[in-house]
Design a protein around this ligand. Structure first.
Ligand code: GTP
Ligand code: MG
Length: 202
């Protein structure tokens, strides 16, 4: 799929403030600093569509972007990972959980994981949550440019092993680097194919 347009639409602090669910939607979620905003910029071929930062916790709202006038991409804040006050953290978690469970046009959640790290407790909790709530998701390993090919292979095998001990079926997995633009075609093709299943109920 070619990206012809990518426009910021709105930042929302809660589900009911999100734009009308009239297009298929894909959400990007993962630990703070995992590279969500960078991946969104890489996919859309924009340098600064989603704000990136070397300081975790940059993204604090649900940010909607409209791509090719036909599908939404959302950048979500780190799921309970950012170093923020406890009270604020639980408000965020509720906002994100509500969004993940009730957003009716949500076609798939992209769970971003740093390819350098082993499975983290918070990531496992998120994957368990999505599984239990039957929210479709795929896994996206980020920053693969920071590893050598053998290191990456080793990490992927170990990650798959720990997933296999928890689940009968593995979700789709994408390997990406925002730096090297790895995984771009694969993800855009996946989205293009998934868009065909969208039924506009409005
Ligand atoms: P929050 O908004 O805080 O949740 O972070 P985020 O997940 O949106 O991360 P962001 O895209 O802001 O990236 C965090 C840092 O990682 C930045 O310094 C990026 O330049 C860097 N980064 C992101 N993706 C890659 C990648 O593929 N390769 C390399 N080498 N660095 C990356
Ligand atoms: Mg971000």
């Amino acid at each position: 799929m070619q990206i012809k347009s990518a426009d910021f639409v709105v930042s929302s602090a809660e589900l009911k403030a999100c734009p009308a669910p009239k297009y298929p939607e894909y959400a990007f979620i993962g630990r703070s600093n995992v590279g969500k905003s960078s991946l969104i910029n890489m996919l859309t071929d924009r340098l600064d569509l989603a704000k990136t930062s070397s300081k975790p916790g940059k993204t604090q709202l649900i940010n909607h972007f409209l791509i090719n006038q036909s599908w939404y991409l959302t950048d979500l804040p780190g799921f309970g990972y950012a170093k923020v006050p406890k009270a604020l953290k639980s408000t965020w978690e509720k906002m994100i959980k509500d969004y993940l469970i009730y957003r009716e046009n949500l076609m798939c959640v992209f769970v971003l994981l740093d390819s350098r790290h082993e499975q983290q407790k918070k990531d496992k909790e998120l994957i368990d949550f999505l599984g239990e709530e039957q929210v479709p998701f795929v896994l996206v390993f980020t920053k693969t440019d920071k590893l050598s090919a053998p290191q990456l292979k080793r990490n992927m095998e170990s990650y798959k092993k720990s997933l296999q001990s928890q689940w009968d079926q593995l979700p789709d997995i994408f390997l990406t680097s925002a730096e090297k633009k790895t995984g771009r075609d694969e993800i855009l093709t996946f989205i293009e194919n998934t868009n065909k299943f969208f039924k506009n109920q409005n």
